[in-house]
Ligand binder design. Structure first.
Ligand SMILES: [Fe+2]
Ligand SMILES: [Fe+2]
Length: 307
């Protein structure tokens, strides 16, 4: 890739506003333990993913914070603030989702605690330098961004689920797209070592996939569930079928290995705009409600003053 293509993508990222939205979803509406079409394997896959978000996102924030003092660019500093706010809110909502899952008999909270401990152990080790930790974050952010792109491009994948879960995932996906280049830009502006990013990315992928696999087994084991052959096949299709997740993220996944890759080479800002128009529901946005109440109050003031 040419240098100018790289800077164009980076410039595009520089224009994105990263706005944390404080959402809250009514997960108590979910009544089925196997909330994805009754398929136990796909459901525990979703629960396993959800369990990794709160501890994972805390580590993403921590690893970016280690570099914040070195960043001089005002725009990037502003984006870091947006990134931290967004990941903080995601973490909070997934914690609530994990509690709801535990109520349904899938103990995502136990897995969350397990990962939390593992991360604590890992960051105390010598090899976990700030550079390594941030590179791990950059890699995970690429994985979340391409999964987010898939979900927003194929909203029917989430269709079989309750509204509250769908909305959680759309919102999370949109914000993952908005802030997808922040950790990358921080890493490149200070360390400028894309070869290192690529090396760590292979490790990130392996560690993440293995963990999700074992977390799925744990959830099945703890809930005494023996999936049927049909469910296993359904899960296989969900990942590797023609319209499957892995089938569709394979190419964008590989783009990470291209010389001079930048997250905004995947120009998908339009997916964020589409969400704002089609899926965003202000009744679950606590921040928007507060603003509306303030506006109402000030309208009353104005009217009071006029009367
Ligand atoms: Fe997130
Ligand atoms: Fe993220």
């Amino acid at each position: 890739m040419t240098h100018s293509a790289h800077s164009t993508a980076a410039e595009l990222g520089g224009k994105v506003d990263i706005k944390p939205r404080r959402m809250s979803f009514p997960f108590e509406t979910v009544k089925n333990r196997f909330f994805y079409k009754g398929n136990s394997v796909i459901s525990v896959f979703g629960a396993a993913l959800s369990s990794t978000f709160p501890p994972g996102e805390s580590e993403f924030i921590a690893s970016v914070r280690l570099y914040r003092d070195k960043v001089k660019d005002e725009k990037l500093l502003e984006q870091i603030r947006g990134f931290i706010g967004q990941e903080g809110h995601h973490s909070h909502q997934h914690k609530r989702a994990n509690e709801a899952l535990r109520e349904l008999g899938l103990d995502a909270v136990r897995l969350e605690k397990h990962l939390e401990k593992d991360i604590k152990k890992y960051i105390s080790r010598k090899h976990a330098t700030p550079k390594f930790r941030l590179a791990m974050t950059v890699g995970m952010e690429h994985i979340t961004a391409i999964m987010a792109e898939f979900v927003l491009n194929n909203p029917d994948v989430l269709e079989p689920m309750e509204d509250s879960v769908k909305e959680l995932l759309y919102w999370h996906a949109v914000e993952e797209i908005e802030h997808k280049a922040v950790a990358f830009d921080v890493f490149m502006s200070i360390e400028n070592d894309q070869k290192y990013l690529r090396r760590v990315f292979r490790l990130v992928t392996a560690l993440f996939s293995i963990r999700i696999f074992f977390y799925m087994l744990a959830l099945l084991w703890w809930s005494r569930t023996m999936p049927s052959w049909k469910e296993v096949k359904g899960f296989y299709r969900f990942l590797w079928g023609k319209r499957g997740v892995i089938t569709n993220i394979r190419q964008p996944y590989r783009d990470y290995f291209k010389e001079g890759f930048h997250p905004w080479d995947h120009d998908n800002q339009q997916l964020v705009d589409k969400w704002k128009q089609e899926f965003y529901r202000p009744e679950h946005d606590l921040g928007a409600q507060k603003n509306a109440r303030q506006q109402d109050a000030s309208q009353d003031d104005i009217q009071g003053a006029l009367a």
